[in-house]
Design a protein around this ligand. Structure first.
Ligand code: ADP
Ligand code: ZN
Length: 625
């Protein structure tokens, strides 16, 4: 093995077919290849896998043996390993889905040191049998590296806590000289500290990447008729694209998926209440077929590394910014433009607060949850750059991004100080009236001067605040109330979500706080047809546009390459993107390489794939020319 073949950059070029490292990849890979421990914090889609795969290959080439990858997700190991084998890297996984025969074959490959990477779940790695096998490898100098993926699973603070991760401290205790790299997309200090102590990574170098995902466009719209808004968003911007729609409840998942299907979209439901085999089938279809919309609870998503998810939509408010960022981060891992879209309304604010209030947790914990929710609400109500706020939440300073709804269409604001005072004083009047409390609907009726049965029953047409808000529509009033709750001047209570003033309401009532609120946006104001990298096919048709601009002939070649890829993927029982990413096929279609050499220069074409598929691709391109 020559010295150049051992250089990380050479491995990146040759094996993965990529020209350059991204961000901190190079430093991380150098450090780990040289035997150092590392903790890597990188956003979803940032490129964590290469941070341990390249060192594993480099160390294997130096005859340092097998890298062990700890991953919590048995269901996804097959595809991860398939992707490596496609790139010519000898990899395997051990889990309960294998036959005895296969298990023994893989164990032989591992024990001989021929394997480059072995994937396994933590409970597998800590079995006496496996520990003994690793001892034997170690004695022979063939245990090259431990990579601990989704390392936040070791933390009780995160929502993905896995008991089995706790026993991974054995790795360091038993084989202190074997380098370890722990990776996660969870950024907060508490989780980070937990990972360091529990995995005994005190001396590891910590690599913190920027959490920005510049290709993701963030939009948050006021809910009006959420399902219709969603449909319009998909039809206008993402016809034929793969996407994820998150809903809070299983029931809503089922209903939304069924409804989208009725509207002619290929949508599938996914939640923890479905049978394991249904879940697996739906997940497989999402990964393998083009343009599936997965409607899911948060049970879906961890470890899904499908690169071409073009949008993530939220029909319900997530718990906090961490969840929002993790979920939206599943869009656009391939770096091409992608959307994070959320519809949110008064009921979301009320429900999320209630869920916290009614949970059996300790008061201190609830306080933490509430302040995290507040941060998310402030993001939703913001009229300035969403990305600046998101990144600030993760401790990063930035300037307006030009790629979020607020940057692209600065929302109109209006001075709602007076309106807010009217609403709050009306609630105050109710309260003065024998401590009565009412919900938003009744309050709005009174403000707008509507004589309903309830208004007459309580004699509220006599109140001085009756009809003082007739100048605003019901929607506008809902917006005011939602924002007052989001800003903490109002809260809701009890089964009927009655409205209560908070301590800070007094300052608003006294006119000490000025409130500038968003004017509810109506239909989307921009058309995206001019957006970078998105071209609409001339002459209509529903063909999905290529990720880079292509002329009509280019589109035809792209379609031919995709058809060829689909066949290969089916034969190999792997998702299409494992064979080649869309972006790689598009580049081929645009540049029309005419020799293997030229083809090898395209991003995403490594040596093994060139050898395996090169001639076929040149043939397909030739025929479609
Ligand atoms: P993460 O695990 O951090 O969410 P992945 O490792 O799945 O991210 O990488 C996201 C995508 O970016 C993958 O499709 C991967 O092939 C691609 N990628 C990562 N690093 C590079 C690079 N240096 N050059 C080109 N593409 C890269
Ligand atoms: Zn912005």
């Amino acid at each position: 093995m020559t010295a150049t073949a051992l250089a990380p950059l050479a491995v990146l070029n040759e094996v993965f077919g990529y020209a350059a490292f991204r961000g901190q990849q190079q430093d991380i890979i150098q450090h780990v290849s040289a035997g150092g421990d590392a903790l890597v914090l990188m956003p979803t889609g940032g490129g964590k896998s290469l941070c341990y795969q390249v060192p594993a290959i480099v160390r294997h080439r130096r005859e340092q043996g097998v890298a062990i990858v700890v991953s919590p997700l048995i269901a996804l190991m097959h595809d991860q390993v398939g992707a490596l084998e496609e790139a010519g890297v000898h990899a395997a996984f051990l889990n309960s889905t294998l036959t005895l025969d296969d298990t023994q074959k893989i164990e032989r490959e591992m024990m001989s040191g021929r394997l480059v990477l072995l994937y396994a779940a933590p409970e597998r790695i800590t079995t006496p049998r496996m520990l003994a096998q690793l001892d034997s490898l170690h004695e022979r100098g063939l245990l090259s590296l431990f990579a601990i993926d989704e390392a936040h699973c070791v933390s009780q603070w995160g929502h993905d806590f896995r008991e089995d991760y706790l026993s991974l401290n054995v790795l360091h205790e038993r084989w202190p000289d074997v380098p370890r790299i722990a990776l996660t997309a969870t950024a907060d200090d508490l989780t980070r500290a937990d990972i360091i102590t529990r995995l005994q990574l005190q001396t590891a170098r910590v690599f913190i990447s920027s959490f920005d995902r510049p290709n993701i466009r963030y939009s948050i719209v006021e809910k009006d008729d959420a399902r219709k808004q969603l449909l319009r968003f998909i039809r206008d911007e993402h016809e034929g694209d793969a996407g994820i729609v998150y809903c809070q409840s299983r029931k809503k998942v089922e209903e939304t998926a069924a409804w989208l299907n009725d509207e002619g979209l290929a949508a599938l439901p996914y939640h923890a209440g479905l049978d394991a085999d249904v879940r697996k089938r739906h997940q497989d279809r999402f990964l393998r077929e083009d343009g599936i919309v997965m409607v899911a609870t948060i049970a879906f998503g961890m470890g899904i590394d499908k690169p071409d998810v073009r949008f993530v939509a939220h029909l319900d408010l997530p718990k906090n910014i961490e969840s929002y960022y993790q979920e939206t981060g599943r869009a656009g891992r391939d770096g091409a433009p992608a959307d994070a879209w959320m519809a949110y309304g008064l009921a979301d604010v009320v429900n999320q607060r209630r869920m916290i209030d009614e949970s059996p947790a300790e008061e201190e914990f609830k306080r933490g949850q509430r302040s995290k929710l507040d941060a998310l609400l402030a993001l939703a109500e913001a009229h300035d750059c969403r990305r600046v706020r998101l990144l600030a939440y993760f401790g990063e300073e930035s300037s307006p991004c030009g790629n979020c709804d607020n940057c692209l269409n600065p929302p109109a604001t209006w001075d709602a100080t007076e309106a807010s005072r009217k609403a709050l004083s009306c609630i105050y009047r109710f309260h003065q009236n024998r401590g009565q409390r009412f919900g938003a609907g009744h309050l709005i009726d009174v403000l707008r001067g509507k004589v309903t049965d309830k208004v007459s029953q309580y004699g509220h047409e006599q109140l001085s605040t009756f009809g003082i808000g007739a100048d605003l529509s019901e929607t506008q009033w809902r917006g005011v109330l939602r924002q007052l709750i989001a800003l903490g001047h109002l809260r809701t209570e009890g089964e009927y979500n009655t409205l209560e003033l908070t301590a800070s309401a007094r300052e608003v009532l006294k006119g000490e706080v000025a409130l500038l609120l968003r004017v509810p946006s109506e239909a989307p104001k921009t058309s995206r047809s001019g957006r970078t990298g998105r071209v609409t096919k001339a002459g209509g048709g529903r063909e999905k546009p290529a990720p880079i601009a292509l002329d009509d002939d280019g589109q035809r070649r792209y379609a031919a390459l995709k058809a060829w890829r689909a066949e290969v993927a089916r034969e190999h029982n792997l998702p299409a993107y494992v064979v080649f990413h869309d972006a790689t096929l598009a580049e081929m279609a645009r540049d029309q390489p005419s020799s293997l050499d030229e083809l090898g220069g395209i991003s995403g074409v490594g040596a093994k794939k060139l050898e395996a598929y090169g001639r076929e691709i040149l043939r397909v391109l030739g025929e479609a020319a």
